[in-house]
Write a protein that binds this ligand. Sequence first.
Ligand SMILES: [Fe+2]
Length: 542
Amino acid sequence: MASGDPLEDRVILWTRFTPDDPTQTSIPVQAIVSETPEFAEPMVFAATADEKNNFCVKVDAAGLKPDTWYYFSFVAGNAASPVGRTRTFPRRTQRVNRVRFATVSCSNFPYGHFSVYNALAKVEDRDLDFVLHLGDYLYEYEPGTYDDPASVPNRVHSPANEIVSLSDYRERHSQYKRDPDLQAVHQQYPMICIWDDHEFTNDAFKDGAENHQPESEGNWETRKLAAAKAYFEWMPVRSFDEDSMRLWRRFYYGDLIDLWMLDTRIEGRDAQASLPIGSERTDPERKLISDNQMDWLTSGLAESGAVWKMIGQQVMFGQLNLAELPQPELLSFLPYGTTQQGINMDQWDGYTASRKRILDAIDGSVENVVIFTGDIHTSWANEIYRNPSSLLGDLFNREALAVEFVCPSVTSPGFPAGLAELVSGALPVVNPHVKYSELQTRGFILMDVTRQRAQAEFHYVTTIADETRKGELDDSKRRLVAVNAKSDQNRAPYRLIVDQNVLQPTRPRSAQVSLLAPPATMKHQQYLADVVKQVSFQESVV
Ligand SMILES: [Fe+2]
């Protein structure tokens, strides 16, 4: 089971039931929700596992208290799901002093074990309020393409073909949802997810994709709808209405954070430009997000009163110029999806008019903007300027319009060993706004956010190939990057802090993880049997 999209009074609870009887087309299900892991004073929500939704069940459990942890389980007949833990967000008007969450992306099942998810699920060590999944939750390829059978022979994609049809997408989602480490993350935290290309197919846009061949794979619209239907069935996201593909949405974490989750991939994106030179890349008519979504974002930013304005989205926002690297031979080892010309046309760099609209909206009027990004299997901390190459190594003490934290992948590969350090070392010469990069190791970002500071802790796992070392972190690689909030008290320029001597790793809130909201475990299952009896007794009385 899983949960997601927490609001102040509700959260999406998700599960899937496999019918015993193959002729069954619908199964009545109940979601049981309680503030305690012993299921005291349970609330019951009725739902149905229906064949038309692939027997996936989603309950938008409303009427909950704000800023509260809950425990939940699904029951149907004699079957019960494991017990999960989730939470609601604080009211928009509530003063909030601190929150912790992780950002992750690019979890390719056949590239390795989900060691990163294993590390996140250690509640006592991480103490997260939620997890942001920035896309590439699953990959579309057939076995033998973009995988690593030599390292992890038991992690082979199913079905054994590139996923194209609705049943293909459903089977792939089902395979990922059976991974024990992904299950463990969903069991402990609500997730806020957005799709990127691989939930559809590589380098997707509104009207097609690099990895979609209409001659052999059929109509793009049909495939896009199938992928989106399976996504809404299998992911704990809230739908706007039954047939809508809208995934862009907004969350409030008290008065501390306004969070916009964008869809830069499917809803409004024009085709990637074919060449990094010429006017196509800068054409004002080409869009990365629709006008609808852009207006919603820019007007939201303008009226937001939250301390932090945070944007979760798919592709790198900051400018990245690899074409002028001092060692151009390094370009031949660019990560997957990057053009050989040194500018990745799939990122905001390929849609400069859309980026300009956001910078215009921020510049001079919106403070404390933080952008979260996935997609490229490498770690980055960037300051955002209109024209960073004019900074020439920070000669001018200007301040950034925003900062961007790009998270490492769960498993998908970055640069090959050796070259990662070379490129990372050469980058700042022509990219002075890139304050940190790590181009090889898998991991996650842990964000610890207060009213004064947003600190990103880049954590890395030791291995994704060794199943016995799942969840193990390499603390020698950990890197801290922070930004201080501008406020009436602090008018210092908005810049990233990268000096490891002035930053301290943050600590979990021990009262929360031991007393207020301990992790959901197998032992909580035992309380469920009694609850189910009570529930069915009450129902029979009614
Ligand atoms: Fe990816």
